[in-house]
Design a binder for this molecule. Structure first.
Ligand code: NAP
Length: 289
């Protein structure tokens, strides 16, 4: 579909953005559905975000995604926030309609939809999550909103985000029915006990990501048991050492590729009202590497 005088604008703000797969994902979906939209990338640092957002609203943007460092700053620039964006304290998707900028965070929704494809429903389940950064926070919040019963977050105590993580854990315990426990990433005995009682393990740290493929965030693979679903938010490599060892232990495993796809699909739905044609877009992303 050619760009015309009626083509509607969506895009990505952040810095850097040139490596992003989002333009390929969204523009493929627009073309396949014959929708008169385009998705472009704009390299915008945090100090330029307010001006960029004002400009985009002036020209009538439909909505946009944000990547670091703009996700947290967008919280203050939004007129309204979804529950997930408010609890996480980060916005990855904005919809602009009737003069209102509404901020959403679709990362956690993307992850749990991907888990659903593997037959996993978080309701009433116990989860171990490794890491407490941007992606982990989104997965934690949406997991709690989706009725996880217990969530163990194993994070490094010396982290510069510690205060932020502690505040997030308090908010989730106060505002959801999920019991959230913050544990020390280095406490292998607590980890073994938590994994023994858990239904799903999620790696939200970069340990095992290319080029550091020889490492797993679970140093002792005997902690993995066959009834555990094991997910890695990493998608490069497609199969991390953690996923290899979990597969060998008889666990159901999946990587972060569909989280990426489904967080985009959720944004696509917010902007267009249409479902993204997932199988065709997934094939296009696979061929792009
Ligand atoms: P982030 O905000 O920097 O958070 C990283 C987290 O991992 C922090 O809790 C950090 O702890 C911890 N960590 C870092 N290095 C560690 C190590 N060597 N040992 C133990 N913990 C460590 O990063 P992010 O954006 O959340 O990304 C995390 C992972 O998720 C990356 O692999 C990324 O590729 C992946 N991801 C996937 C998707 C997807 O769509 N599939 C989306 C976003 C991210 P400290 O605070 O102590 O440093």
């Amino acid at each position: 579909m050619p760009i015309t005088g009626t083509t509607r604008l969506t895009g990505l703000l952040g810095s850097p953005v040139s490596h992003s797969l989002s333009p390929l994902m969204h523009n493929t979906a627009f073309q396949l559905l014959g929708l008169d939209y385009v998705y472009l990338c704009f390299d915008v640092k945090e100090d330029g975000l307010e001006e960029a957002v004002r400009g985009l609203t002036t020209i009538g943007v439909v909505g946009f995604n944000l990547t670091m460092p703009d996700k947290t700053r967008m919280v203050d620039l939004s007129d309204e926030l979804s529950d997930a964006a408010r609890l996480i304290g980060a916005v990855n998707t904005v919809r602009y309609t009737k003069g209102i900028l509404k901020g959403y965070n679709t990362d956690g929704e993307g992850f749990w939809r991907s888990a659903g494809d593997h037959g996993f429903d978080p309701a009433g389940k116990t989860c171990v999550l490794l890491g407490a950064g941007g992606a982990s926070s989104a997965v934690a919040v949406q997991g709690a909103l989706n009725q996880l019963s217990t969530l163990y977050i194993f994070a490094r105590p010396g982290s510069k985000r510690r205060a932020h993580t502690e505040a997030l854990v308090c908010r989730l315990n106060e505002e959801t029915d999920c019991h959230v426990i913050l544990a020390d990433y280095h406490d292998s005995s607590a980890l073994r006990d938590a994994l023994g009682a858990s239904d799903i393990l999620i790696n939200g740290t970069p340990v095992g990501m290319s080029p550091d493929e020889a490492h797993s965030p679970i140093a002792d693979a005997s902690m993995l048991h066959p009834s555990l679903v094991v997910a890695d938010l990493i998608y490069h490599p497609q199969e991390t050492l953690l996923l290899k060892e979990a597969k060998a232990a008889g666990c159901t495993v999946f990587n972060g590729m569909d989280m990426l796809l489904y967080q985009g699909a959720a944004a696509f739905r917010l902007w267009t009202g249409h479902e993204m044609p997932i199988p065709a877009v997934r094939r296009t992303l696979a061929f792009s590497k």
